[in-house]
Write a protein of this length. Structure first.
Ligand code: PRP
Ligand code: URA
Length: 214
């Protein structure tokens, strides 16, 4: 499903994704199960998000004869989790593309301003030829997503996809206004943000729930 007039926003409606997100929301879901669910959702979202990877025909010899057959073309993928919570989605995408390189962007929301503060950035080099999949379970105000894409573009990244599990309308608007070229994949569109900039109904603090911190 497309969100409003944004052609680059895809809201995923697959029943398996919806079912797993409902399990994530449950406050009684423990760390171990939560972590597994985030990884499984990343596999399902990644399958959709990587639909347009370019292919090229290569020659392969089957037991019967030689043939030309399609394989993923060009430089492989870069997966870029936004620390910490984005780490929970990395293995899921690596399941699909085990040869992908992995960069990291460390951002933490300031609890008063709700704006992101950077503490780390290391990306595969060169980054410009790669398809880049930024992963973070939560797109709330969109501040972290916009900063992450700013960093990637400043280092030459061009073909950028962003995968999240839950988004608030505010986050989608902010990301699409700042970076309309980014292809955004959303597991579920939630209602709104509360006064503390948490997504409602949401699932709480994704980083704390993945890593068991509080
Ligand atoms: C969470 C989440 C996103 C960010 C989303 O991270 O994982 O990165 O908040 O909020 P935003 O859209 O308003 O920027 P958090 O800052 O809590 O850090 P953590 O992953 O280390 O817990
Ligand atoms: N970050 C989270 O982990 N959860 C929210 O609801 C908003 C930002």
């Amino acid at each position: 499903m497309q969100y409003k007039d944004y052609k680059n926003v895809t809201i995923l409606e697959h029943p398996l994704i919806q079912h797993k997100i409902s399990m994530l929301r449950d406050k009684n879901t423990g760390t171990n199960e939560f972590r597994k669910l985030v990884e499984e959702i990343a596999v399902l979202e990644g399958y959709e998000a990587l639909r347009d990877l370019p292919l090229e025909d290569v020659e392969v010899e089957t037991p019967l004869e030689k043939c030309m057959t399609p394989m993923i073309a060009g430089k492989k993928l870069a997966i870029v989790p936004i620390l910490r919570a984005g780490l929970g989605m990395v293995e899921g995408v690596l399941t699909l593309v085990p040869t992908a390189k992995v960069g990291h962007i460390g951002l933490c929301r300031n609890e008063e301003t709700h704006e992101p503060e950077e503490y780390y950035c290391k990306l595969p080099n060169p980054i410009d030829q790669r398809t880049i999949v930024v992963v973070d379970p939560m797109l709330a105000t969109g501040g972290s997503a916009v900063s992450a894409v700013d960093f990637i573009k400043a280092r030459g990244g061009k073909n950028i996809k962003f995968m999240c599990v839950i988004a608030a309308p505010e986050g989608i608007e902010r990301l699409m206004k700042a970076h309309p070229d980014v292809q955004l994949y959303v597991g579920h569109l939630d209602r709104c943000l509360n006064d503390a900039a948490y997504i409602c109904p949401g699932l709480g603090d994704a980083g704390d729930r993945i890593f068991g911190t509080k």
